[in-house]
Design a protein around this ligand. Structure first.
Ligand code: NAG
Ligand code: NAG
Ligand code: NAG
Ligand code: NAG
Ligand code: NAG
Ligand code: NAG
Ligand code: NAG
Ligand code: NAG
Ligand code: NAG
Ligand code: NAG
Ligand code: NAG
Ligand code: NAG
Length: 493
């Protein structure tokens, strides 16, 4: 009797769940669990390809199955992806073993390393892995790496050089010659602060803080905003270019995040950030001619605005949203939502539904800063922007801002935006062993660029995964992300 009941129930449930689960494909696809899992599977797929064809090299070239070593040759994919594996619950024993045996010495032809890239990808990755696991190995390696970077600060001003020569153990000029880059000298404070706190050695924080003190004392044409090149030997600015995009971007990002990390114990960072944003609102925030609901961030050069914006600058939407949350400031929240929606607009209005590297628009008073042709004009008329660089290199900034929009508003609309982007990446960027950047997002048969940047694992897939996960996973009340999406704990180490 009981057995019969069990069997009947079983048969009934098979009969009934089968068709309804078929009818429910779309509801299944819209479930957060399904989406998070698809993103995790994409990570596993790409990591497997890297492991098979490029283990220990910086990156795999996902079209030719070959390797590249442009980030010191220390296996940057392994370290940059580690905290995402921890967060997604993927076993990482081989990665740990690799890191255990890694030495931060010159590999191959790269005797000079970029301070900025090494800090955000390697040091940020190691510190985050330590904070998530408390595995002492990752802290030990962080200290080793921090010491390798210190010679960069031995300049007359204390402003670090762009590179370190690993053989001479000295600072070296970066790719921008005699200039250091604002976003490079101002994007190591979170990592160096935490390294000092965890290692109980104040030297790293002292060096990093000096840069902020120097900048705060400088008067500039646009209060709170700084030109992107500065000479590290005499401390003078050598350009007038001001931007929230590449070369400027994460300096502003880190001012706010330092404020959050120290829980407002000093007002220095938020004063500097607020001044920058006040001026930005006055001088750089623009709508577009015929599109009053689009909100762009202009650049500034030679005394005037330049109506051009890069994919990199799209991080700013998320930065304003994070500030809106922590400062309880709805005008910042609204600005953040507007910029995020405007950046998403550059995705949905291309043929691949993936956004371009750089775009322009026409100012409300009819100024066009770029030379544009007929088809760009036509595109502008329809969509409120035109493409000036059509490549996509698997960058995260738009999903990053969508992540903040979701965390701040809980509006499922933002999950749908993120899912649309993931589907497009899956459709257009997936190769036989991983994911590749595109040469032309306006072309549905675009060539691949044969590059799978480590930030695809560190940032793009992490933010996408978190958008579909419980908001308590890496809560914004407990963690602050470095510019490579490596979470560091708010407050003490
Ligand atoms: C689909 O699933 C939802 C719950 O997940 C349920 O409420 C709904 O009735 C199902 N629809 C169909 C057509 O079975
Ligand atoms: C790369 O590897 C994949 C999977 O092993 C294979 O299908 C593909 O043909 C390879 N590509 C090249 C260019 O060798
Ligand atoms: C990974 O390492 C952990 C801890 O040392 C160990 O318990 C586990 O069995 C290892 N897993 C595999 C697949 O080797
Ligand atoms: C970390 O470094 C300390 C001090 O040198 C050492 O005692 C410890 O064994 C190291 N831990 C690991 C996991 O390597
Ligand atoms: C600082 O150095 C740069 C590059 O060498 C030079 O162009 C500039 O004039 C110097 N500025 C001052 C104030 O010495
Ligand atoms: C920003 O502007 C507001 C009002 O416009 C003002 O109250 C505030 O003091 C300014 N903050 C800074 C740091 O300039
Ligand atoms: C919100 O932030 C804006 C931009 O910096 C500032 O002008 C304004 O005074 C702030 N509002 C409040 C209530 O703090
Ligand atoms: C945030 O601001 C709103 C309106 O400006 C106010 O009602 C609310 O109490 C504030 N919340 C906090 C936590 O300060
Ligand atoms: C955001 O956009 C809305 C609608 O287009 C507009 O009313 C509002 O002023 C904008 N807010 C900011 C801070 O840009
Ligand atoms: C702007 O407004 C148009 C027309 O109402 C709408 O289709 C579009 O989605 C809006 N775009 C943004 C980014 O809000
Ligand atoms: C992009 O889409 C437009 C409109 O659908 C079409 O006219 C154009 O040919 C497409 N371009 C490419 C390169 O696919
Ligand atoms: C689109 O890309 C293909 C290469 O896959 C190229 O042959 C074609 O000319 C491109 N179309 C346009 C309009 O650029």
């Amino acid at each position: 009797m009981q057995l019969f009941l069990v069997i009947t129930t079983l048969i009934l449930s098979i009969v009934y769940t089968q068709p309804s689960s078929l009818q429910n494909v779309s509801s299944l696809e819209s479930s957060n669990q399904f989406r998070a899992n698809e993103i995790k599977n994409a990570f596993i797929y790409a990591f497997k390809g890297y492991k098979k064809y490029a283990w220990g090299h910086d990156e795999v070239q996902p079209v030719t199955n070959t390797t590249s070593d442009n980030y010191n040759g220390w296996g940057v994919t392994i370290i940059d992806s580690l905290d995402t594996m921890i967060i997604m619950g993927i076993e990482y024993n081989d990665s740990r073993e690799f890191i255990k045996n890694l030495e931060f010495t010159a590999k191959g032809s790269s005797k000079k390393i970029s301070v900025f890239e090494t800090v955000i990808r390697y040091l940020g990755g190691l510190l985050s892995a330590y904070e998530l696991t408390k595995d002492e190995l990752f802290l030990n390696k962080s200290v080793e790496l921090g010491n390798v970077l210190l010679p960069a600060f031995n300049t007359p001003t204390g402003i670090p050089t762009g590179m370190v020569d690993l053989v001479k153990k000295k600072g070296a000029l970066g790719v921008n010659g005699h200039n250091s880059v604002l976003a490079e000298i101002g994007t190591l404070q979170l990592e160096f602060r935490r390294l000092s706190e965890l290692s109980k050695n104040p030297i790293y924080l002292k060096k990093a803080q000096k840069v902020i003190d120097i900048l705060q004392r400088k008067c500039t044409e646009l209060p709170g905003l700084y030109p992107v090149f500065i000479n590290p030997y005499n401390g003078t600015f050598t350009t007038t270019l001001v931007t929230w995009g590449g070369l400027g971007d994460s300096f502003y990002e880190y001012l706010l995040k330092q404020h959050i990390m120290v829980q407002g114990k000093t007002s220095q960072y938020i004063d500097m950030w607020m001044l920058a944003v006040n001026t930005t609102m006055k001088k750089l925030v623009y709508t577009a001619k015929g599109f009053s609901n689009l909100t762009y961030l202009a650049q500034w050069e030679n005394g005037e605005p330049f109506f051009k914006m890069g994919h990199l600058a799209c991080f700013a939407g998320g930065n304003f949203l994070l500030a809106g949350k922590f400062l309880n400031n709805t005008s910042l929240t609204n600005l953040g939502l507007n910029v995020t929606a405007t950046c998403y607009n550059t995705y949905i209005e291309t043929n691949t539904t993936i956004g371009p590297e750089e775009f322009g628009w026409i100012s409300p008073s009819d100024v066009i800063s770029s030379k544009i042709n007929k088809s760009q004009k036509a595109m502008y008329k329809k969509h409120g922007f035109f493409v000036t660089d059509a490549s996509y290199i698997l960058r995260p900034e738009v999903v990053e801002s969508i992540f903040y929009a979701y965390r701040v508003t809980h509006d499922p609309k933002y999950q749908d935006w993120a899912w649309n982007i993931f589907k497009s990446i899956n459709k257009f960027c997936k190769t036989s062993i991983g994911f590749s950047g595109l040469e032309d997002v306006t072309n549905i048969t675009s060539d691949w660029n044969n590059s799978q940047q480590s930030f695809f694992f560190a940032e793009t897939l992490k933010y996408l995964y978190l958008i579909f996960s419980n908001t308590s996973l890496i809560s914004l009340d407990e963690w602050v992300f470095n510019t490579e999406a490596h979470p560091l704990r708010i407050g003490g180490g």
